[in-house]
Write a protein that binds this ligand. Sequence first.
Ligand code: PBG
Length: 340
Amino acid sequence: MPSFPTHRPRRLRQNGPLRQVMADVRLHPDMLIQPVFVSADDQLHEVASMPGVRQWPVNAALEAIGRWRDAGLKQFLLFGVTPTERKDATGSYAHDPEAPVNRLMAQVKAAGLDALLYADLCLCEYTDHGHCGALTAPAHANDDRAVDNDATLALLGQLAVAQACAGADVVAPSGMMDGQVAAIRAALDAAGFHHLPIMSYSVKYASNFYGPFRDAGQGGMAFGDRKGYQMDYRRGREWREELASDLEQGADMVMVKPAATYLDIIYQVRQACSVPVAAYHVSGEYAMLHAAAQRGWVDLQAAAMETTLAIKRAGADLIVTYFAPELVKWLAGGDDKVTG
Ligand code: PBG
């Protein structure tokens, strides 16, 4: 036995340049997807619980996408902020070519901006009760009404076609209805959109980390919660069924959501399939890092880089993150400093 170990892992950690070239997991702007909230209002609104995140009027969103694109960010996931008076029981405004997301997509395409647009495909941004689909009639007067799965499928199919017509490059169903990918695929194909990919939020948990998003999208629920359609995080194997079912129905890409508290799931989904896997670092995960940084308890840039890289290391090919514009700036710095 040598007097000290011959294997010395510290050799490759001894200075910044060595650490930099030995890094075998890296982030790149191409893997980032920036969520954008588009509103019908003509004023820009800051989202209090998500520092740096705004509700953008359509024109301002168009300009912002141009700027982000120039900085190297290529992918955007669009959510609509709907005026209360336009909300109804079935979210019919979602289909309107004048709804902000549809208008923005048309304008981005008309401007010839080289940006990939993912349309979040869900009704909760448009329904007056805030649920992700049409409701069943209550069995008893005091019962909460449930979401009617199959009635919702027809609406989602129509919405997919409306979004495709408006200029979406990818549709991203997030409502967790059974059979939604097949219904959307059939509707798109019937309308001639065979080429349009579906990124399914396949493995989406009923999470406590969506709170700030509901401020950002003004999409709280009038009653109840989403546990009847989103997954129960206490079930560790159910993702297999959701993944298999979405792939069978024709999902081109799949998503795991949330991300940072679900790294085990991202890892397993990555191993279990070969389609691109996206992970959504959600609003509450973003807000927590900001809250700690505001109190001086973590360094925002270093903590955000570490968290995002962990999501990548777990196996995500694409990362939906509110940090995207900052990450692109930090990554342009390019050296060891960005990781803290
Ligand atoms: C809508 C939707 C939600 C999010 C993305 N799409 C809210 C929800 O499911 O309640 C959450 C995103 C985030 O928290 O950042 N179906």
